[in-house]
Design a protein around this ligand. Sequence first.
Ligand code: UGA
Length: 439
Amino acid sequence: MAVIASKCPDIRVVVADIDPDRIAAWQSGEPPIYEPGLREVVRSAIHRNLFFTTDVAGSVEDADLIFVSVNTPTKTFGEGAGKASDLQYWEATARTILANAKTHKIVVEKSTLPVRTAEAMARILTSKSSAVCFDVLSNPEFLAEGSAIRDLECPDRVLIGGEASERGRRATEVLAGIYARWVPEDRILKTNVWSSELSKLAANAMLAQRISSINALSELCEATEADVAEVACAIGMDRRIGREFLQASVGFGGSCFKKDILNLVYLCEHFGLQAIADYWLQVVRINEHQQERFARNIVSTMFNTVVGKRIAIFGFAFKANTGDTRESPANYVCRRLVEERARVVVTDPQALDNARRDLADLGDAVTFEPDPMRAVEGAHAFAVLTEWDLYRGMDYQAIHDRMEHPAFCFDGRNLLNHAALFDLGFNVYPIGKVPLTHL
Ligand code: UGA
């Protein structure tokens, strides 16, 4: 929304949320999340045409266009638990809109939702016989964390799903007209509502599938002494495959991939498409396998025991340039190491507060240390779980000196210069490559 405000100074953008603390943080111009460039975009428009409020009812009444961006976590109860989206916040929002709208509104689904949700929203909005009419559009968001501002300012495409009726087309044009202020026309795709909803789930599923594919190959590389980076480069040079999203890793994390695939699986099952559901579920299973494999490798490499050993975890965010730790592989790996009675110390430049919260139930078994040089003090091993740039440029000679020997490096992101670390005396275990070891 901040990007719309900054690109369209003549449009008044009001962000409404029921959480007063969150709104207060935004209002102060200090966003409550870490995202490169976000602060600057917010500050360029705040109090000019960008406003934050807890008055949800009032902002519904005033708006011509309403973007619904409430969260839709995976259901934890009842039918579809563990797979389907929990739509309670979304439905509550539809009802708030219905209760407070006095004039025509275009309602835009921004949250990622199961296919055919817009139809359900339209049904709720027309459930009361009133003079007010609504148009519901689907406009899924494709930004990635860490590069959100760039993705919004220069998107590969903007997708708008609308009804084929005359009114639906008019509503689509209104929204397309806003994006057209900064997005080239040929990147604004107009589809039917269901194609738009499904495309969002499908795009995330295909991206995650690429990561699971390269991660599956990484295990085969380790068994055959092939190098996964060389394989990724060789296959990525085929233009039909492309180079992006072929970085082998400890596994994908984030709030979206797993949730959206499980949602897709649930949809397939709902329509009786079990073979298709099984296919997509395997993408998640391989991701879990990769995380488990990484944790198990740490234990087996360190002479089959990590009891009482200090292990430094470099990075807890699910990817670099964000403080977000949702579904982060680091969470799983830390828990497995604590299960094996290691002493885990977590360091991360942005995600330490979230890490503390996520691992609170593990008590003293995990400590948190902002300075990586202190985290490695007396450690038997360090493991890279997030590809923060800062870990590339550290003084690994000094790190080796501070650690117990033999010193182990487990690089879950293939981020570091493995040959150089080996020369310093480390035993190095990358993903999908032959380990470099003095043992
Ligand atoms: C993802 C999609 O990339 C966005 O297009 C989408 O809009 C967003 O989900 C969403 O649905 O909101 P995001 O989860 O922010 O974005 O981050 P990604 O860059 O996709 O990374 C996801 C995970 O995959 C991270 O843990 C990352 O480290 C991992 N990854 C990514 C790999 O392990 N290897 C790769 O080659 C690429």
